[in-house]
Design a protein around this ligand. Structure first.
Ligand code: CA
Length: 150
């Protein structure tokens, strides 16, 4: 949605060139495009990438943060605030642009709690903490997430 990749010479869309791309670097917003000859099986074409950055503000067409959402509690297997095919779609069918994750009701960021986190606060997957991953046998803290929607 926000990244556009094309062959620098022919201007063909990246998916029309026949090259194979590295996993998770298939012209994505987060990782861009990576084609290496060991994955492609031959020398890659020369690509260029365009990113369309959203306006963030209060107008109707601008990207907006959702409210903080706390959809699960850590009492079962852990705290699952995940999105995507197996989770929840916070942006009415659109791909979220960004995500923030924190301990519920605090300003403590998810990566400053010292806990082992399985799904590390990505806009495509969300956030998951599993109780069984915590070395001391403690439960996951209760986390909440919010998304920047286009
Ligand atoms: Ca939670």
């Amino acid at each position: 949605m926000c990244a556009r990749c094309r062959d620098i010479d022919t201007h063909y869309h990246y998916y029309a060139t026949g090259d194979r791309y590295n996993t998770d670097h298939d012209c994505s917003w987060e990782n861009g495009l990576v084609c290496t000859s060991d994955v492609n099986g031959k020398t890659c074409k020369d690509y260029e990438v365009n990113f369309k950055c959203p306006n963030i503000g209060t107008c109707p067409a601008c990207a907006k943060w959702t409210p903080w959402m706390d959809r699960d509690n850590p009492s079962g297997n852990g705290d699952a605030e995940h999105v995507g095919p197996t989770g929840f779609n916070p942006c009415s069918g659109h791909e979220p642009i960004d995500i923030q994750c924190r301990v519920t009701g605090t300003n403590q960021p998810w990566d400053q709690t010292g806990q082992v986190i399985k799904v590390k606060c990505t806009s495509s997957e969300g956030f998951v903490c599993e109780n069984s991953d915590q070395p001391s046998g403690e439960f996951c803290k209760d986390y909440e997430v919010r998304f920047l929607c286009p």
